[in-house]
Every structure is written in C-alpha cells, then in structure tokens.
Design a protein around this ligand. Structure first.
Ligand SMILES: Nc1ncnc2c1ncn2[C@@H]1O[C@H](COP(=O)(O)OP(=O)(O)OP(=O)(O)O)[C@@H](O)[C@H]1O
Ligand SMILES: [Mg+2]
Length: 347
C-alpha cells in the first residue's frame, strides 16, 4: 500500500487583480477584482514507503504548493490526499507526528536558544523516548558534523550550519515521511554533500520516505531514484530517474578547446546532425546524437575553421535534459505548449 496517495489534486489561489493608476487603486479598495491562479492542476501520484522522490520543475510550477498540501498546511481546492492513512489538512496534529518538513530558509528551531535546547524541546513535543533521542542525536551529530554547533544559539549560526541543525531537527522524531522543500538553497558544496549523504543514510537505515524539491539537480542525481516533473501545475513525467535519462538524454555534449579561431564557426557551418550551442574565441560547446554522427566526423568538419587543441565529452545530465525540455527541444519549431504536450505523450 502506498504511504502517500494523491488523486486529482487541484489548488487554486484567488488573488486581487491589480488595476492601473490611482483610480484603479481606489477601485481595488472598494470593489476588488479577483482572478484565479491554478497552481496545481489535477495531479495524481502514489509514493511507496522508503522511496526517495525528487519533485522538480521550473519556478512557479507548483512544487511548494503541493508540499504544503501534503503537510496539511494548505487545503486542496479539490481532489484527495491520503498520507499514511490520514487526510493531512483534516488531521494536522496526528499527521505532524508522522512527518518532518523543511521549507527553504524558514527555521523550525528556536532562534534565541542553543541548538541542543531546541532539540530537547522537540524531544518533549514529540515525546521521543530517551534512548531513541540519544541514539539519533549521536548519529546525526556524527554525519552532519554538529558537535561544535550544539551549544551555539541558533541566531548565531551561519546558513549552512543552521540548515545542518534544521535537517537533524526534522529527522529527530523518526518521521515516516520527510518533505524537503529546497533544503540546499544557498549552501556551499560541502554542506550540500553532507546533507545529501545524511538523507541517503537515514533513508537506508530507517526506510524514511523523502520528497525532495530542489533546483540543484545534483541533489536529485545524488539522492533520488524517482523523479516527478511538474510543469505549470501538471505532471509531465513520473518514473525512474534513469528511465527519464534514457528517454530524453539522447545527446552527447562536447567541449572543444580551439585556437586560431576568429570567426564564428556557427555562422559558417550549419549541420543537421550536431549543434553548436555556445562558442567564443577559445572554446565551443556542441551537442549531437551519438546514433546520428561521431565526434570524429564533427571534428573533421570543425577543423576546417579552427585548430582543435583539446576535447572533453560527457553524456547529458539531468540539468541538460531539463534545460532542453524547458526550452522546447523536443519538437522543432513548435511552441512550448505543444512541446510540453509532446513530452507528456512520449512518456
Ligand atoms: N499564497 C499564494 N497566493 C497566490 N498565488 C500563489 C501563492 N503561492 C503560490 N502562488 C502561485 O502559485 C504558483 C505555484 O507556486 P509554487 O510556490 O507552488 O511554485 P514552486 O514550484 O514551488 O516554485 P519555486 O521553484 O519558485 O519555489 C505560482 O504561480 C505562484 O505565483
Ligand atoms: Mg517553491
């Protein structure tokens, strides 16, 4: 049985439509005009216990809105959510016992207290048994390197230090499900790695179900097995991360370091089988499908216009693929709407 079930979920926001000018301002005060924004538009998914799911999409796609509904903070406009047998917005207190949540840079720790005091309060609130608390505290301190932070006041911690404590606080009561909405935003690479490692280890040890929202796709590469891709309120992909890469990651990317190049090669060389994405005097970035051409042939073509010094190749990563989808590379000449529809069909 799935631990999270989402059926025909819709969330509409009603906002005041701004009217121009001073007259508009007064009109708004007297009789405001409202308009609706459909942030989440009829989505369906199920998540099994222990899954690590990356919930991704462009800014404004509806990710945070979904997470807020899953946690019970927001009430759906229509549709159904069942989390561990409960309807979150109807049973918020019971639901809160089962879940943990991190929302970007908002803190759940007590600002003026030392970190360890916040942890003790959480222990009390969630009635965490002493031995469980000690075990978790020891383990989390180890992985997240919290030793030197526990006695510091939360307000004196740096962003990365605070987030490490935040993550520990979120997992302290052994929640069955954890929602992480952009937990790595603004953090340096080491802290990001630390947090990714923590999520993976705890998931493995405790079978915690994790839904992770992030714009750093390295988080998803590292942590998640499954991705749900949201586009303007609708799911356009839900499945294994690897399968997503197999379907869409058909491109090989090559960085070609060149010398003696003063003209734009892109203007001179038009090809159906490879594309120059970027170029400057020193390098060119190209992409091609390996079943349509080879790097040797491409180098041969390019070498007519410049001297090639070096070449680096890599398969397209999640980030490259998403850029392509957002840009609309999956249907030449079509507008974004049909590209996106096309992307849905392909899946
Ligand atoms: N409280 C609100 N009132 C009105 N509109 C809102 C509200 N919260 C979000 N929206 C709108 O709903 C849409 C989805 O917003 P949401 O915050 O869920 O996106 P997101 O995918 O989390 O984006 P981001 O990656 O920028 O965090 C956006 O168009 C946003 O402007
Ligand atoms: Mg968001």
């Amino acid at each position: 049985m799935p631990i999270i079930e989402v059926k025909n979920l819709v969330k509409q926001y009603k906002i005041i439509e701004k009217q121009d000018g001073l007259l508009g301002y007064f009109k708004n005060l007297i009789k405001p005009q409202y308009k609706k924004i459909i942030a989440v538009n009829n989505i369906n998914f199920e998540i099994k216990e222990g899954e690590l799911v990356g919930y991704i999409g462009e800014n404004g796609a509806g990710k945070s809105t979904t997470i807020k509904m899953l946690t019970g903070l927001l009430t759906p406009t229509s549709g159904k959510i069942v989390v561990n047998g409960l309807i979150p917005n109807e049973k918020r207190i019971q639901n809160n016992k089962n879940i943990g949540a991190v929302f970007g840079q908002k803190t759940q720790l007590w600002w003026d207290l030392p970190v360890i005091e916040s942890f003790r309060l959480i222990k009390k609130i969630f009635k965490i048994p002493e031995n469980e608390y000690r075990k978790n505290l020891k383990r989390f301190t180890e992985i997240l390197d919290l030793e030197d932070l526990l006695d510091k006041q939360v307000k004196n911690l740096s962003l990365g230090q605070k987030m490490r404590c935040e993550i520990a606080a979120t997992f302290l009561h052994n929640p069955k499900i954890v929602y992480l909405d952009e937990p790595t935003i603004g953090l340096d690479v080491f802290v990001k790695e630390n947090i990714r490692k923590f999520i993976k280890e705890i998931n493995k040890e405790k079978k915690t179900t994790v839904i992770l929202t992030t714009h750093d796709l390295k988080d998803i590469e590292d942590v998640c097995d499954r991705i749900i891709l949201l586009d303007r309120g609708q799911i356009i992909y839900d499945g294994e991360k690897q399968k997503f890469k197999d379907i869409y990651g058909k491109y090989t990317l090559a960085e070609i370091i060149v010398s003696s190049k003063n003209l734009s090669v892109k203007d001179k060389l038009q090809s159906n089988v490879f594309e120059i994405i970027e170029e400057n005097e020193k390098e060119m970035k190209i992409k091609f499908k390996h079943d349509e051409t080879t790097i040797v042939k491409i180098m041969n073509d390019i070498s007519e216009y410049c001297v090639i010094e070096d070449i680096h190749m890599r398969e397209s990563e999640l980030e490259d693929i998403l850029k392509e989808i957002y840009k609309g590379a999956y249907k030449n000449g079509a507008n974004n709407d049909s590209i996106r529809k096309n992307a849905i069909k392909k899946i």
